[in-house]
Design a protein around this ligand. Sequence first.
Ligand code: SF4
Ligand code: SF4
Length: 442
Amino acid sequence: MAVEPLSESGVKPALPVPEHAAQQLDVCVHCGFCLPACPTFRELGTEADSPRGRIDIMAGVLRGGIPLDEPDVALHLDRCLDCRACESACPSGVRYHELYESVVSHLPARRPWVTGAQTAEGAAFQRGQRFIRFGLRQLLRRPLLLAQAFRLARRLHGLSQRLPGVSALLLGLPETVQCPARGRLPAVLPAVGRRRGEVEVFLGCVQDACCGEDNFQMARALAACGFDVRCRTAQTCCGALHQHVGDRRGVLAAARRNLAAFAGGEAPIVVGAAGCSAVLKEYGTLLADTRWADAGAALAERVRDFSEFVAEQSELPPAMPPAGAPVRVTYHDPCHLCHAQGIRLQPRRLLRSISGLEYVELEEADACCGSAGVYNLLQPELSARVLARKVACLQATGADWVVTANPGCALQLQAGLREAGSSMRVVALSQVLADAYGGDAP
Ligand code: SF4
Ligand code: SF4
């Protein structure tokens, strides 16, 4: 697709996107430093599948030179993982995701013009995608129902072969769906030993439905560090998965419900899933043009990722070695922790502080694993290629465990390692720290 050059001056958007998003077009100087960091460019080698190429496409759309329903617009934008590796690599400070998420929110869920949609296989793939998007919107607000849906989906695996995207989802599911921490945690889990303060915990939707044990262990670790842990039951999905499918209304609805759920509190809100903490920290920006702007910014100020919060404590309990130590361990950076929040050192420092763990660094540790919200469902082939590269790097470490801090990454890595016949375990950071600090089970 021919892409016209960007204008040097301000762009008058042909679509209603926030000003701060449209401004990113003028920040990009076309240097191309971001290209080697982009997983889809590395796999496909095409300019239109690079950050710079996508910025050019979005410039064309916003300027009105490229129609939004041009097939290649959705083709190349849909292939973006929204991993934000380009932002870490960009010397000019382009906030790519603000532009990208604003533009894709205008792409309709049904895309009959997209290349391949006219074939039987393409039509089946689109049906699978529509099913996933519809199901996500219905289920994300109901975590317990979501957990039930995962269990049911495993049983219906054979039927799912007719829906390619759904089949990919099932491959990524854990062998067993963990019990959600919601309903299992008390309203307040008391601090162990000397009390240092109070925190609230954010449990998320997929995180709690699929990896509820990780939330449970996060609460245990926080209590072991001396904090009363408050769990508010009215909280809901942060909106991250809505954001990944371009559903801005869904994001705003989720944000407003969380503002109500956490109203009146001042304690830090600690989050175990990197995808959730990244979005919660952006509530101020996401709600900027609404009457909830101040409340959104105030909530964002309270949000801490789990590893960020624990690492900033001046005093921590003595870390005990894991049972059966020594264990060789490596760490995979979730994109929304390293690229979106700049949190890289904290989880490594915490892991290195545990005797009995032999820490080994992972090659391309901050490269996306291909999960990217619901990307592995909507782009299964490209996701599998990105995952294969990650699994090869993991196997080269010889590690017994790979530790990570996001449920999407954990499920994706489990699926990739299982497929490769590897015995490497995927372990949540919260589990490692809860065991190391010896927190009592509630
Ligand atoms: S967000 Fe990730 S996949 Fe998308 S353009 Fe940037 S680096 Fe590439
Ligand atoms: S590195 Fe930044 S300025 Fe350079 S092309 Fe990429 S997004 Fe544009």
